[in-house]
Design a binder for this molecule. Structure first.
Ligand SMILES: Nc1nc2c(ncn2[C@@H]2O[C@H](COP(=O)(O)OP(=O)(O)O)[C@@H](O)[C@H]2O)c(=O)[nH]1
Ligand SMILES: [Mg+2]
Ligand SMILES: [Zn+2]
Length: 375
């Protein structure tokens, strides 16, 4: 295996060191191969390997990794073995970070091994601060640097009002852009370096796919390539990830997919989520609402429930207007929801485990019965 060819895909020592000696030797002799998952579409899984410039290969997924959405996501690194003309995944390497949510009462992995999470929103009626807080909590929980991208600023003359209200969320990275104004995309330049993985999240229609498209066919020089074998990347038009073109030749989202632009920036596009349900995000929520956490620490009683207690700083701040009621309400709501979701995901899991042991018992009883009858 020529490891250096994986570096443009985001490969690093963190992943290599997970291989034991045996695996490492097999990787050297190409008995085993490494791939980065580039698309998951129902049962079809695709990956990019050392030959990534020639495109994706289809990967077979063992039973132990089913259902796929609970074990694997786009951006993951896997080790696979050749089987005839195919490759079968044998191991998923531990991810640096991963996004997860609750979907249909099940834990669902959304993307893995990210450098930035672009939380895309638009400067129109879709704009919703509470939704942004949800996405921020998810990013903080997973230790992924969030960048809030306010798109479609061409549609409003109140851009500053939008930006100001987002600033209240105390985010480090905030940019206002319009796909229709190429120059505005320059503000994204600091994030667009070769080998950096950026996932796009946000409601359907905010312009996630349009943004990826715009960052592919740049009229302005946006990429700041830091990659050494830059020429190889420059020669590749649009590499790797499937680019599902619609009839207008534009990339659209049907499922999660990883795409690499001419500058070697790796994007993960996700289909819009109607309502993001957080899962195991308590710390992320606390970080998003750290102003409230700070206030609550100063309440007179350590176990203050912020209901009627005397000396409650939260109640005082709500009264004085220092703390916005909607901000407080959303904090309470997300905490409750997260606890409920954790129980519900556990519930499904526990139920499954129970059914497994139950059916094993039944099978054992049946075979015992059969043995006894055979006697
Ligand atoms: N006016 C305006 N429309 C945009 C902008 N960006 C995207 N759109 C339009 O918004 C619609 C949804 O875009 P799309 O990229 O499919 O959104 P996605 O669902 O988040 O991937 C399309 O009709 C785009 O042309 C923008 O900056 N300004
Ligand atoms: Mg899309
Ligand atoms: Zn209190």
């Amino acid at each position: 295996m020529n490891i250096s060819t994986l570096q443009p895909l985001g490969w690093s020592h963190f992943f290599l060191q997970q291989a034991n000696t045996d695996t490492y030797e097999k990787l050297q002799s190409n008995e085993l191969l490494v791939f980065r998952i580039s698309a998951i579409h129902r049962s079809v899984i695709k990956g990019l390997g050392t030959n990534w410039e020639n495109g994706e290969v289809e990967l077979l997924c063992p039973e132990s990794l089913q259902p796929v959405s609970e074990h694997l996501s786009v951006g993951d690194w896997v080790i696979a073995e050749p089987v005839h003309e195919h490759f079968r995944i044998i191991e998923v390497l531990e991810a640096k970070n991963q996004l997860e949510r609750l979907s249909n009462r099940k834990r669902q992995l959304m993307a893995a091994n990210l450098d930035y999470l672009f939380i895309v929103t638009s400067a129109n009626s879709d704009f919703n601060l509470k939704r942004l807080e949800r996405y921020l909590a998810m990013a903080y929980e997973s230790n992924i640097e969030p960048v809030i991208v306010l798109n479609k600023i061409d549609l409003t003359d109140k851009v500053d009002d939008y930006l100001d209200s987002i600033r209240d969320l105390k985010v480090h990275h905030l940019v206002g852009i319009s796909i229709l104004q190429q120059d505005s995309l320059l503000s994204l330049k600091p994030y667009l370096t070769a080998g950096t993985t950026i996932a796009m999240v946000g409601s359907s229609g905010v312009g996630k796919s349009s943004l990826i498209n715009a960052l592919f066919n740049q009229a302005v020089e946006l990429g700041t390539s830091t990659h050494t074998s830059h020429e190889t990347i420059d020669n590749v038009q649009i590499t790797g990830g499937i680019r599902e073109d619609d009839d207008k030749g534009k990339h659209t989202t049907t499922s999660r997919q990883l795409l690499i632009n001419e500058k070697g920036v790796i994007f993960i596009d996700t289909p819009g989520i109607r309502e993001l349900q957080l899962l195991n995000a308590q710390e992320g929520i606390e970080q998003t609402f750290n102003d409230i956490v700070f206030l609550a620490k100063q309440c007179k009683f350590a176990n203050c429930a912020h209901q009627t207690e005397p000396g409650c700083k939260v109640l005082q701040a709500l009264e004085s207007g220092e703390l916005a009621q909607s901000h407080w309400d959303n904090y309470q709501k997300l905490l409750k929801e997260d606890a409920f979701n954790a129980r519900s995901a556990q519930g499904v899991y526990a139920q499954k485990q129970h059914m497994k042991t139950f059916s094993k018992k039944v099978l054992r009883a049946l075979s015992k019965n059969r043995l006894e009858k055979g006697k």
